[in-house]
Design a protein around this ligand. Structure first.
Ligand code: ADP
Length: 690
């Protein structure tokens, strides 16, 4: 299916609207879950189905370091120390001894349960025991996690939330747990231990897992949304990194939060889960750097990002190939280094962004700084464990919220721009159509002109052939008759006739030659600057001498003008301009049937507004036969003659005149006079030197 720009925009907006509503819903879910998960009290209230709550079994337990004991070993007075559950054994002072994080030992405690619970199924819940355990309740062994060992080779680590179901026979419950740790950075029972009726324990474990699942789903959809936008507009690199960041967060949560992954893959090896979880931490920080860089590509210092890449790469290799003990111990250092670099990067960047006043700079910097600060807090808490409060979830949520505001701002701006561009395009399209129309019209006109020229050329050739052919045919006929002696001819007048005919051909030939030279600009003009008044009076003088007879009366003079004729100068070839004037004058006499031929020649100056210059106009007014309106436009064309075959003319005179005048920068023209006769004129550019 094809769409035009507007339809495509519509479709895209509809799709975006749909995705946006899904996004909104995911987002709301995400908020609800975050709030819910982070307020255990309210959550417990809301979810309370039974009166009974799980009982905490945290506290001082008996501890046997470097011993793997079974219940039968506990008789007599076995020497033991006490240890705090939960807590890493290397962080505790056990009998004045500083324990190593790697090693093994046995935990033991004895509990009193109410009589009502005797004979009813109960369950223990363990949050986190590193890195493998084996357990007995009242002497019976129950399945633990992984394989406890005395050396790293003997141990198979496995860590996840676990539930152990048992049925107490008396009110006394003895719990013995062997723990070994050679695979994790901390050793021992690290998370809470609680006990209660099976449904309550199951609920307290699966409800948070379920909530986490929804949270993971929401973030996943948000990530996918931005990746889809990026897929459509490949230019927005920041959408891409933001999408990947959200997906990485979702993946991390899938493998870490409440051990959701174990709901789906119960037999998945812990080492694999641990590697993915730690990798996702590193990748998330790297993506954060890339995201910020993509948002401000002109301001970001790429060196910080490159260093982050390098460090992340080293740690990725470590996580992929080193033992879990090594990489779980190193994570804190990686976090500290990367966050430190990112912090410097952000400070440097925010200063530049502020300076260049980038769009949404404050909000953006605020969101990234907030996320970084919380990451610093989390990393420190990981190293020194000073608080139970984890804030990365909330920080990430606020980060997404702020980014959503920024990106939707950006989207709005983009849409506005889009709209504007579309409108401009429509206008451009219209004007383009108009242009094409104009050009086509121009082409049609040019085409018409060309075919007219072609017709004129054909006519001209026919004229030449005719004008040369007619006298030649006459000459040949006479010569033929003479040769054959068929008729007697008056030799004198016949020869005179023949000479006239041949002279005409010669005259025609000269005119043609001159015109072709003029048209191909081969005729050299001898231009000089002359005073118009003196030039015209000298020409008038000659005209008077040569042309005035009884039958021809010529008035020569200066037409009315406001400019003093003394100041007017013209730049001309005087012989050629005289030729023009003689041609006009002889035509005025030639095409005049009046008994007394009256001709007026005058010149004047005027200012041509469009050409922004002065010009001299010379007019030839006669009382001759005049010219019909239809013939007027063609008089200056080559071979154009009103009376064809007139021996006295070639039809080239006016064409030559036109060519000479145009090469002087002037114009020629003719108009009909009221009554009888016509007015021929030509103009020449003039200079006024006051
Ligand atoms: P030709 O050699 O025939 O005179 P021109 O080019 O000088 O050629 O003139 C072209 C035609 O214009 C003439 O044949 C004539 O019919 C017409 N013509 C020129 N001048 C005048 C005029 N003053 N009055 C009437 N017709 C004229």
């Amino acid at each position: 299916m094809y769409y035009n720009t507007n339809q495509w925009n519509e479709v895209r907006f509809m799709q975006i609207r749909q995705v946006k509503s899904i996004l909104m819903m995911s987002f709301l879910l995400f908020i609800v879950i975050i709030l819910f998960k982070n307020s255990p009290k309210e959550q417990a209230q809301a979810l309370k189905i039974w009166d009974i709550e799980p009982v905490s079994v945290n506290g001082q337990w008996e501890f046997y370091w470097n011993k793997l004991l079974i219940p039968q070993d506990f008789h007599g007075n076995l020497k033991h120390q006490h240890i705090m559950v939960p807590g890493a054994w290397e962080h505790q002072n056990v009998g004045g001894e500083q324990l190593s994080n790697r090693g093994f030992g046995t935990y033991r405690t004895q509990l009193m349960i109410p009589q009502r619970d005797v004979g009813k199924q109960q369950a223990f819940q363990f949050q986190y025991i590193a890195s493998a355990y084996r357990m007995w309740i009242n002497g019976d062994e129950y399945p633990g996690l992984g394989k406890v060992g005395r050396t790293i080779a003997e141990e198979t680590p496995h860590m996840q939330k676990s539930i152990v179901v048992f049925e107490p026979k008396t009110t006394n419950v003895e719990v013995v747990i062997q723990v070994s740790n050679f695979s994790f950075r901390d050793g021992g029972i690290l998370g809470d231990v609680s006990m209660g009726p099976v449904p309550i324990i199951v609920q307290s474990m699966y409800v948070p897992a379920f909530l986490s699942l929804i949270q993971i789903g929401s973030v996943f959809i948000i990530g996918m949304y931005y990746l889809v936008i990026y897929y459509r507009r490949k230019i927005e690199k920041d959408f891409y990194y933001f999408g990947l960041l959200a997906l990485t967060y979702a993946m991390r949560a899938f493998f870490l939060e409440e051990y959701v992954v174990n709901l789906f893959f119960p037999t998945i090896p812990w080492i694999f889960v641990a590697r993915i979880e730690y990798l996702s931490n590193i990748v998330a920080l790297l993506l954060l750097a890339c995201f910020v860089k993509a948002m401000y590509p002109l301001d970001a210092n790429y060196w910080y990002v490159r260093i982050t890449y390098a460090i992340s790469l080293i740690f990725c290799v470590i996580i992929l190939f080193a033992s879990p003990y090594v990489f779980t111990s190193l994570l804190a250092y990686n976090g500290a280094i990367t966050v430190g670099i990112l912090f410097l990067f952000m400070i440097d960047l925010s200063m530049k962004v502020k300076k260049h006043q980038r769009e949404d700079a404050n909000l953006n910097m605020l969101s990234v700084f907030m996320l970084l600060l919380v990451t610093i807090y989390e990393v420190s808490n990981y190293i020194w464990t000073f608080s139970d409060v984890y804030m990365l979830d909330i920080a990430f949520f606020v980060f997404i919220l702020l980014q959503a505001v920024i990106l939707s701002n950006r989207y709005n701006r983009m849409n506005e721009n889009n709209q504007k561009l579309t409108e401009e395009l429509v206008i451009l399209n219209n004007s383009l159509e108009k242009k094409v129309e104009d050009r086509t019209l121009e082409l049609v006109e040019k085409n018409e002109e060309l075919s007219q020229l072609q017709r004129a050329k054909t006519k001209m050739l026919a004229n030449i052939a005719h004008d040369i052919g007619t006298p030649l045919a006459g000459v040949i006929t006479f010569l033929q008759i003479l040769k054959e002696g068929k008729i007697k001819v008056d030799t004198q007048s016949t020869f005179q006739d023949l000479i006239e005919q041949v002279k005409y051909v010669q005259y025609l030939n000269n005119d043609l030659l001159e015109l072709s030279k003029l048209e191909s600009k081969k005729l050299v003009f001898h231009m000089e600057e002359l005073k118009a008044a003196s030039y015209f009076s000298s020409v008038y003088e000659r005209i008077r001498l040569e042309s005035v007879t009884d039958a021809v009366r010529i008035q020569l003079g200066h037409c009315e003008t406001t400019i003093d004729e003394k100041d007017v100068y013209i730049i001309i070839d005087q012989i050629r301009i005289r030729q023009v004037m003689v041609n006009f004058l002889s035509n005025a006499i030639k095409y005049n049937d009046s008994i007394v031929k009256e001709i007026t020649v005058c010149w004047h100056v005027h200012y041509h507004i469009e050409k922004k210059q002065h010009e001299v106009i010379i007019e030839f007014e006669d009382n001759g036969q005049g010219i019909s309106a239809e013939e007027l436009p063609f008089l200056f064309d080559r071979f154009y003659r009103i009376v064809e075959g007139n021996i006295e003319g070639s039809g080239l005179g006016l064409a030559i005149v036109k060519e000479i005048i145009e090469q002087h920068g002037g114009e020629v023209g003719v108009k009909n006079k009221e009554g009888e006769g016509s007015i021929f004129y030509f103009t020449l550019p003039a200079v006024i030197k006051a």
